[in-house]
Design a protein around this ligand. Structure first.
Ligand SMILES: [Zn+2]
Length: 315
């Protein structure tokens, strides 16, 4: 399989895959089961596809797309026509977005991506160990042409709007029930460097009083202080404390990076999230893609070229 993958650097911005396959083992956050996952190289045009190797009597391939998202209540879950699903994909998706991996086969022997430490750090390490190769195809990007937004009845919302830069993200959260979280804002221009250094470390979080409720729903069974920042009142229950004061809003940014990558290619534009979650981001992508006047698919190389020329002209 690896031999089939042609590598070339004719394009400045190319599709990318892994150099080698790499396995890991962890537990599912919601199911609590042990899962073995192997990240594998894939050819140009393949996209991001999960393969449930434990499923043999149905179609076990689940491609990732904004259209294959079937559940966004507690995590982002994708599924195929046979009802085969893969849950908690968002932190792995964020790491793939961070490195610009466009083609990958992710084999799993369970229904959930392992949660690891609740952040994207282990996925970053796995991808770096596997190595990244450029492929012989130009990278496509979704360029935002006009404002598109989605808001719910509680005032939580998301928006994408045009910008001449790489994807930039603004996020705001406001948890009045806990002073340890409170109101936090975060902004970042997404690049491989900024993702790895400033976003990947942030862990998922939850409230102690939610744990019993989630378990009654059959969710959160794998959650523990090893992989979730647990907040009770104004306190963080994890002995080691927070990795940064604003770890909460940085994690929400990480989730947004992962969820936006359901498009399978980078976005040229700005994203803004206010108290939003997985459902909002997916609804926004569906709305964006349903309006052909709101975006165009551009060649990332051509785009950089024209940007360079317009900068020269205005200088
Ligand atoms: Zn998350």
């Amino acid at each position: 399989m690896i031999a089939e993958i042609k590598t070339l650097t004719a394009y400045k911005n190319c599709e990318k895959t892994l150099q080698n396959a790499i396995p890991c083992v962890g537990i599912g956050l919601h199911g609590g089961q042990k899962v073995r996952m192997t990240l594998k190289p894939a050819p140009v045009g393949h996209g991001i596809v999960f393969k449930r190797v434990d499923v043999t009597d149905k179609d076990n391939l689940v491609p990732v797309s904004y259209e294959t998202v079937v559940d966004t209540r507690m995590c982002t879950c994708v599924g195929n026509k046979d009802g085969v699903t893969v849950g908690t994909i968002e932190h792995l998706m964020a790491a793939l977005a961070g490195f610009g991996i466009t083609n990958i086969l992710i084999e799993l022997n369970g229904a959930e991506v392992p949660v690891m430490d609740g952040s994207a750090m282990d996925f970053v390490t796995l991808i770096e160990c596997a190595g990244i190769v450029k492929q012989d195809a130009p990278l496509k990007a979704v360029k935002i042409l006009k404002d598109v937004s989605f808001e719910d009845e509680n005032g939580a919302g998301v928006c994408l709007y045009p910008s001449e830069k790489d994807l930039s993200i603004d996020f705001m959260i406001d948890f009045k029930q806990s002073r340890v979280i409170g109101r936090q804002e975060y902004s970042i221009v997404l690049t491989e460097r900024t993702f790895k250094d400033s976003v990947a470390y942030a862990r998922t979080f939850g409230f102690a009083q939610e744990v019993e409720m989630l378990r009654a729903m059959g969710l959160g069974r794998g959650g523990s202080l090893d992989n979730v920042v647990v907040v009770e009142g104004d306190m963080v229950l994890n002995k080691e404390g927070l990795r940064s004061e604003n770890e909460f809003v940085v994690h929400k940014t990480l989730d947004a990076v992962g969820d936006l990558y359901q498009l399978g290619m980078p976005i040229i534009g700005c994203f803004s999230g206010v108290k939003s979650g997985h459902m909002h981001t997916n609804a926004l992508l569906r709305k964006l893609m349903a309006d052909k006047s709101a975006y165009e698919i551009v060649n990332a190389d051509d785009y950089e070229e024209s940007l360079f020329q317009s900068r020269k002209a205005s200088a």
